[in-house]
Every structure is written in structure tokens, then in C-alpha cells.
Design a protein around this ligand. Sequence first.
Ligand code: G3H
Ligand code: ZN
Length: 287
Amino acid sequence: PLVSMTEMLRTAKANNYAVGQYNLNNLEFTQAILQAAEEEQSPVICGVSEGAAKYMGGFPAVVSLVKSLMDAYNVTVPVAIHLDHGSSFDKCVQAIHAGFTSVMIDGSHDPLEENIALTKRVVEVAHAAGVSVEAELGRIGGQEDDIVVDDAEAAYAIPEECERLIRETGVDCFAPALGSVHGPYKGEPNLGFNRMEEINNLVGNVPLVLHGGTGLPVEDVKKAIRYGHAKVNVNTESQIAATEKIKEVFEEQPNQYDPRKYLGPAREAIKETVKGKMRDFGSSNQA
Ligand code: G3H
Ligand code: ZN
């Protein structure tokens, strides 16, 4: 069934595993992610950035596609459709109207007071519609879509601010930036585990979200799960798997022109990547 993230993440945190958010980019990603979830019997979050939604035909088109494929594949596991890095109140409202079951409002570039005020407004409309909300504090480095944060700008979340944001806004989960990066890591990833533990102790049972899941050693992810993370976002790793597979096909068959002959194998590669993450995160057989 199509559900919000609220219950799946509370359950995940209480049981020490994380649900993956896997980003949709096109039809094949959507198929692969839903099939992976059903085969693994794992709850799943379909992440949709504003850029990806635009590419796929808009928020309503994304919702229709996910629903149709869930029917086509007889999907029984819990599925959330989540706006990734929502840039404004209006975008969140549009996503909610289209049938998204969850939204992220990314006010991390605003001063704390403004981030809290914006997040609060989104929570009011979202909760009235049964939709869950994710917020962010600090700044996650790297690039995703149009959001670019250079090394100097990247900043750790401050524990007291996290506690205050959660208390004043009533968000369902939130992402404290702690050194993770969107896209490939330059050098070894270096997550702020001390700060993470401190934040987790302050926020009680509110699930934390780890962005930039691509390229993190599985031991780091497991440690982050022990320190309260119940959602891990993965996009780039599936994109790389798909693209490598397509390159392979063209190396062997340079004259191939049937899209199904290269997008089909790419879809398989995405599915295998996602299934591997579900096992790593411990969400397999938790549906
Ligand atoms: O919001 C999406 C994620 O944080 C994706 O990060 O592309 O590095 O896996 P990633
Ligand atoms: Zn992100």
C-alpha cells in the first residue's frame, strides 16, 4: 500500500534498521525500485527530486506511474512517494495535492528561525493531509540536481538547534548534516559520529535521515543506524550501476538501437543495487 513515512520510520528506528530512499529518475528506475522492494519484502521510499519530477512529466505523472506499477506488480509492501529536497512551501503543497505521501522541506540554507517557520507551515498542511515531513539542518555537501554546496559551505548540524527544530515544528524525521556528501565522495567519507550520538540522545525516538548514501562503507551506515538513523538516501549509486551497464551493452553491441536492449539490463542493474542496499540497511523481510 501507499503510505506516509511516519510509521515505517518509527518502526525502523525502534527495531534498529533503516528504510532506503531510492530516487526515481525515469520509468526503469521506478520499475526496478518497486520490484526490488517486493522481492526483498522491504518497505521502500521512492524519492523524487523536483528536477526528476519535471523530467518525468510533473508530480501527478509520477504518482500515477508509481500507483500503476504497484498494481501491475501486485506490490504488497509499504511504499512512500517522497518529495526529495523540496525547495519551497508551494512545491511541497503541489506535491501533496498530486498525491505524494511524504515531503522534505529543505530550509537548510535559511537561518534557523526561518527554517523553523517554513518547516512549521509545511507540517501544518502536510499533517492535515496525512503526509509526513522531513526537515534538514546544517548543510550537506556535494551536488544533487541544482543544489550545489561546496566544501566551505558544508556545515554540521548543531545539536541544540536540532532539538529545537523538532520540538517547535513537529516534523516526522529529520536530516542533520554530519559530513555526508551528495554524489561520489572525494577521499574517505568522514561522518561526525560523536555529534551524531549527541543529536540522537537529544531527539529521542524521532528518526534521523542520512543523505548521500552512495559510497559510504557499510560499517559507517550500520553505525549511523545504531545512532538513530532510520532512513538512508541513495541515488548516485543506482545511476552509476545503470550507466555502467549501458556502456557494457554498447561495447559489445555498438550498433544496438533498441532502447529495451540497453535500458532493460540497466533496470536489472538498478534492481540488484537496490536489493543490496535493502540487505545492508536491514530492511529486507521487514514489510
Ligand atoms: O537526497 C538524496 C540523497 O541524499 C542521494 O545521495 O546521490 O549521494 O546517493 P547520493
Ligand atoms: Zn539529499
